[in-house]
Design a protein around this ligand. Structure first.
Ligand SMILES: NC(=O)c1ccc[n+]([C@@H]2O[C@H](COP(=O)([O-])OP(=O)(O)OC[C@H]3O[C@@H](n4cnc5c(N)ncnc54)[C@H](OP(=O)(O)O)[C@@H]3O)[C@@H](O)[C@H]2O)c1
Length: 250
């Protein structure tokens, strides 16, 4: 199967949605490099679980906002898999719930640094090999907050809106090089990131208003990401695919 030759890099695969994406891609026969920031044990558990089941998966510590760390990790991936990354899934991110008028300059800077500069650095460092091979897939994980704003996480929403725009620019510049660039905009799924929101009164109201009537599963999100990696998606680029149960139509 052709996919076996493709190496994916999933940032933030230790937990949550990234973890589900790693599992799905491994099950479909991809070689998967994935990263963690601090949760090494979780990453190692996932790696050994998948490799026991016939996967070819390897985890690496990488701080996405630190260019040296990204460069070093890409070198390690090349050495380990004897090949370069063809599919980049920018999934790692942080969030912070805070009323707008209490967001500090430091909060704002950190949010934009991790959620926007991180993907920017990963893109700049991973794209040259994709250009050389005239084949690549970029999938940026964004949020409904980046499409309709946020009440309690304005800086997070702004970072995710910018990621959609970055996705479009990369599609404009690189699609002729055989590289597609798309975003997946998630509504709500149950992870460490969304736990507090889902437990809150506003969060419960939000869920009640989802046309499908429930939050998404991690598998439902991973399925769409996997489709965007596959040869079924060759004519899709610059798009934001909404995986939100109908919360937002666009
Ligand atoms: N959950 C939702 O409802 C929801 C909704 C909309 C969009 N999203 C988006 O979906 C993506 C995944 O979210 P999630 O809910 O799965 O989050 P999560 O459970 O909090 O997991 C975050 C992942 O990112 C990694 N990470 C955090 N900061 C990092 C940094 N500075 N450098 C490198 N890696 C870092 C974490 O590594 P460690 O484990 O080592 O800390 C972890 O693997 C994010 O882009 C998020 O914005 C989620």
């Amino acid at each position: 199967m052709m996919m076996k030759n493709k190496i994916c890099l999933v940032t933030g695969g230790s937990r949550g949605i990234g973890n589900g994406i790693v599992k799905q891609l491994s099950a479909k026969g991809y070689k998967v490099a994935f990263t963690f920031n601090e949760k090494e044990k979780l990453a190692q558990d996932l790696e050994s679980q998948l490799n026991k089941n016939g996967g070819n998966v390897k985890s690496f510590q990488m701080s996405i906002e630190n260019r040296e760390s990204v460069v070093l990790t890409l070198e390690k991936i090349k050495k380990y898999f004897q090949s370069t990354v063809s599919i980049l899934i920018n999934n790692a991110a942080i969030s912070q719930e805070k009323p707008f008028n209490t967001i500090t300059d430091r909060d704002w800077e950190l949010m934009l640094k991790v959620n926007l500069q991180g993907p920017f650095i990963c893109l700049q460092e991973a794209l040259p090999d994709m250009i050389k091979n005239q084949w690549g897939r970029i999938i940026n994980i964004t949020s409904i907050g980046g499409q309709w704003g946020g009440y309690n996480q304005v800086h997070y929403a702004a970072s995710k809106a910018s990621l959609i725009n970055l996705t479009q620019s990369i599609a404009k510049i690189y699609s002729k090089e055989g590289i597609t660039s798309n975003a997946v905009a998630i509504g709500l799924a149950n992870t460490d990131m969304s736990g507090a929101e889902l437990d809150s009164v506003e969060g419960k109201k939000k869920v009640e208003n989802i046309p499908i009537g429930r939050i998404g599963t991690i598998e439902e999100i991973a399925n769409v990401v996997e489709f965007l990696c596959s040869d079924g998606s060759t004519y899709i680029t610059g798009q934001t695919i909404n995986v939100n149960g109908g919360m937002y139509f666009g």
